[in-house]
Ligand binder design. Structure first.
Ligand code: MN
Length: 250
């Protein structure tokens, strides 16, 4: 069993080390991660400059690219032997609701969807504790469960772990994605030469954070496990759009 580990916080991130360490006893681990923090990179590929791969330890590599570049390289020719699954993280921060559209952590997991086993993105809903060990233990338990009792391959599990000691977790919950309010306004500032610059502001608070959502589960102290799919088709709207195209009111 070979597991590819990646992240979006960069190869020096504490969460990546905790994850690789926790999965080490279960499988042969290869780490391919970005050379710097690429949080918010989503599913982007680097097409304007060549990618370079730098070893920094045994089966450890960093790349001047995005999380998607890293996983794409790793499973499309960088290594002779195939990997069975991708586990991405542990992200320093939540990936709840709309976050998954922007997340490089989730994107790395998505890029591994064609491998033999479901892929997993693991995020720590970090506040002050920074209990990466808790999330690492949860990740290894879920991987063990997948090895014992497989789920459909091509499934993507988005896992968010509350930032508490392991003993304080209340359990695991299967959830759906909630939604956030609009993000806060961009923050305007000035560079040292007096020119206007902008910073993208923080994400909004949970708007649909009710029963059954990932927001509600982590707020109540549970590990949230959301099965994701890549099909963005709004199946329920196919009929309405078809009527509309035919010139009729839906
Ligand atoms: Mn990140």
């Amino acid at each position: 069993m070979r597991i590819l580990v990646s992240n979006d916080d960069g190869y020096r991130a504490e969460g990546l080390d905790s994850l690789a360490g926790a999965l080490g006893p279960l499988a042969e681990i290869t780490v391919v991660a970005p050379d710097r923090n690429r949080s918010g990179a989503s599913n982007s590929l680097t097409l304007d400059v060549p990618l370079r791969v730098f070893p920094y330890g045994e089966r450890r590599y960093y790349v001047n690219g995005t999380p998607t570049d890293c996983v794409h390289l790793a499973i499309s020719g960088l290594f002779d032997e195939p990997h069975d699954m991708v586990v991405s993280g542990i992200n320093d921060g939540a990936n709840l609701g709309d976050d998954v559209l922007y997340s490089g952590t989730v994107a790395a997991a998505i890029e591994g969807r064609f491998l033999g086993l479901p892929t997993m993105a693991v995020s720590l809903v970090a506040s002050s504790g920074r209990h990466f060990a808790t999330a690492a233990r949860v990740a290894s338990e879920l991987v063990m469960r997948l090895m014992r009792t497989p789920l459909h391959a091509s499934m993507i599990l988005n896992v968010n772990v509350p930032d508490v000691p392991y003993e304080h977790l209340r359990g695991l919950r299967t959830t759906r994605l909630g939604h956030r309010h609009r993000s806060e306004s961009v923050v305007r500032g000035r560079d040292p030469r007096g020119r206007t610059v902008y910073w993208v502001g923080p994400a909004g608070e949970g708007a649909d954070a009710g029963e059954g959502t990932d927001f509600a589960a982590v707020a109540a102290g549970y590990v949230s496990v959301t099965p994701l799919q890549v099909d963005l088709t709004r199946h329920a709207a196919l009929g309405d759009v078809d009527e509309w195209l035919r010139g009729r009111a839906p």
